[in-house]
Design a protein around this ligand. Structure first.
Ligand SMILES: [Cu+2]
Length: 162
């Protein structure tokens, strides 16, 4: 810490009351510094994200010829991975919620799909997993989301290759 003034008003109050014309670059710098301090303070309490296990998110073909993929959810608002690619055909998707606290789901975002997908995982408590199967034929990007945490950006995309 060099002599930064961290006692100035918080960034929100500062930017809200900016007097007309007075574009304070100095004020911005202080606000950014304060934000960095806040972020650093936060970061020390959040555990580092667990590494993605080898093979997670890889699409493989099972003995019965069906493409298989596992996606994990955790105690955050991400899918691991949040993007995967399958070929046209049958897909066996496992969603594994390895979270300690949070519930998640995985639903395809109907109105944006190149073609309907009549499958989804409606609810996963911590520690639960569920496997669904469906067929895809139309190439394109198929967005999916956790509808509980859509507002927090828990979204992903399945691409069906051409
Ligand atoms: Cu979620």
């Amino acid at each position: 810490m060099s002599g930064e003034r961290t006692t100035s008003s918080p960034p929100l109050a500062g930017s809200g009351r900016d007097p007309g014309g007075g574009r304070g670059h100095r004020g911005t710098a202080v606000a950014v510094a304060a934000a960095l301090v806040l972020l650093a303070g936060c970061g020390s309490e959040v555990p580092a994200p667990a590494p993605v296990p080898e093979g997670l998110g890889e699409v493989t073909v099972a003995a019965d010829g069906v493409q298989e993929i596992t996606v994990q959810t955790r105690d955050d608002y991400e899918f691991y991975p949040d993007h995967f690619t399958v070929a046209p055909g049958r897909v066996r998707l496992t969603v594994e919620n390895v979270a300690d606290q949070m519930t998640h789901n995985l639903e395809y975002t109907d109105e944006e799909l190149p073609a309907p997908i009549d499958a989804g995982v409606p609810f996963l408590a911590p520690g639960q997993q569920e496997t669904i199967e469906f067929d895809v034929t139309t190439p394109g990007d198929y967005p999916f989301a956790c509808t509980f945490h859509l507002q927090l950006g828990q979204v992903g995309t399945m691409t069906v290759s051409g």
